[in-house]
Ligand binder design. Structure first.
Ligand code: CAA
Ligand code: NAD
Length: 283
């Protein structure tokens, strides 16, 4: 399976990062979002990261220009007709993702692999809405994508070895370390990380300690690079809530119930860094 052109659906914090590492590795990238302003925001993020690399002497201006020249703007899902693999990184919502996968299945050539960067949704359920479940797979990058080395590669029930190997090899070419994971709610990363974040929110909700102090405990006490509430804001509280709902529903254990305070913040639109306010306020 030869991959030259990669389409990324969603130019948000994950999609823009995925597009950046793919273009940096020499692939032609079609970066798709629904509106020009969303694409522009993603491109601005990529340009900022590459400019920092130039300032720090890690890349030349010519390399930066070459990477940007491999990025093509897309506002139509029809551009999937030119892709060898599509990596979907739209919002964490099963109905939206299924709708995207149905469309991709009807537009993309027969050889095209349909991958998703979902944090927690079942790959097999997404695959089931297509006529190519053997070519559907999870490719779960970590945030921030240019920095974090891990990719969880998740096979759906029908995913073939050939498709798994192609995605594993692609991850290595992107200078990531792939780990094979079975299709269970939250996979490995978020099954372990999100209950910790949810518990941190409970400690604030129950008045055990302040937001800042909970973060300080985990940063200085456990050497975590970010406290759990800072990390929740960084991931996006809407995404955190969606993942907890999937764990709760999919594993059926009350230990995964989302904290009411998390629900309240999301209902208020305080979804973290990307909205300017979450547990902290951002300028
Ligand atoms: N994009 C690109 N590069 C970034 C970046 C971003 N958003 N944020 C930071 N960096 C780079 C910086 O440029 C810097 O590199 P250089 O100094 O070499 O230029 C390097 O990362 C370190 O950054 P800082 O010195 O500014 O800050 P830091 O030392 O605190 O590191 C961090 C930032 C790497 C994000 C670190 O705080 C960290 O590792 N945080 C935890 C991240 C984490 O847990 N991610 C997983 C989230 S869960 C997930 O992704 C799965 C899911 O489905 C929800
Ligand atoms: P985000 O809100 O930053 O970006 C989502 C983008 O998708 C937005 O730009 C939005 O306009 C676009 N979009 C929505 N519907 C679309 C459609 N039908 N077609 C094209 N574009 C569409 O979200 P994010 O944090 O980048 O998360 C994206 C996905 O990655 C989610 O599934 C999330 O669970 C997963 N993920 C997130 C993180 C994280 O830390 N935030 C980490 C790993 C995986």
């Amino acid at each position: 399976m030869s991959i030259q052109t990669i389409m990324v659906i969603g130019a948000g914090q994950m999609g823009s990062g995925i597009a950046q590492v793919c273009a940096t590795a020499g692939y032609d990238v079609i970066l798709n979002d629904q509106k020009q302003e969303f694409f522009d925001r993603g491109l601005a993020n990529i340009t900022k990261n590459l400019s920092r690399d130039v300032e720090k002497g890690r890349k030349t201006e010519e390399e930066k220009a070459a990477i940007l020249s491999r990025l093509q703007q897309s506002l139509s899902i029809d551009d999937a007709k030119n892709a060898d693999i599509v990596i979907e990184a739209a919002v964490e919502n099963m109905e939206i993702k299924q709708s995207i996968f149905r469309q991709l299945d009807s537009i993309a050539p027969a050889h095209t692999i349909l991958a998703t960067n979902t944090s927690s949704l079942p790959i097999t359920e997404l695959a089931a809405v297509t006529n190519r479940p053997e070519k559907v797979i999870g490719m779960h990058f970590m945030n921030p994508v240019p920095v974090m080395k891990l990719v969880e590669v998740i096979r759906g029930l029908a995913t073939t070895d050939e498709v798994y190997e192609a995605v594993r090899d692609l991850s290595v070419k992107l200078e990531k370390t792939p780990v094979e994971v079975n299709d269970f709610p939250g996979f490995v990363a978020n099954r372990i990380l999100l209950p910790m974040i949810n518990e941190a929110i409970y400690t604030v909700y129950e008045g055990v300690a302040s937001i800042e102090d909970v973060d300080t405990v985990m940063k200085l006490g456990m050497n975590h690079p970010m406290g759990p509430l800072t990390l929740a804001d960084f991931i996006g509280l809407d995404t955190c809530l969606a993942i907890m709902e999937i764990l709760h529903e999919g594993l059926g254990d009350s230990k995964y119930r989302p904290c009411p305070l998390l629900r309240k913040y999301v209902a208020a639109g305080w979804v973290g860094k990307k909205s300017g306010r979450g547990f902290y306020v951002y300028e």
